[in-house]
Design a protein. Structure first.
Length: 83
């Protein structure tokens, strides 16, 4: 499953990385019911597709169940990606 995160800005400065904001919110939703023993979801890739608008595509290893998917798609600037 692929999700697009629109207008995602990597943090500048000391820790210049893109793993924050919507990215971490998505994984908090996915791992909410987990006890931490088994990692059920992980990212296959997280790539920038549009440098002008800072759009990134997050590819998950599997599709989340309906309840979690609804919560993820309710996040600001997050949509299902169909290309």
């Amino acid at each position: 499953m692929k999700l697009i995160i629109r207008n995602h800005k990597p943090r500048a400065g000391k820790h210049n990385n893109q793993y924050h904001g919507s990215y971490t919110k998505i994984f908090k939703i996915l791992e909410a019911d987990s006890l931490g023993f088994v990692q059920e979801y992980w990212d296959e890739s997280f790539v920038r597709i549009n440098t002008e608008k800072n759009d990134w595509v997050l590819e998950l290893n599997t599709e989340p169940d309906g309840n979690k998917l609804e919560k993820i798609l309710a996040l600001k600037n997050v949509e299902e990606y169909n290309a």
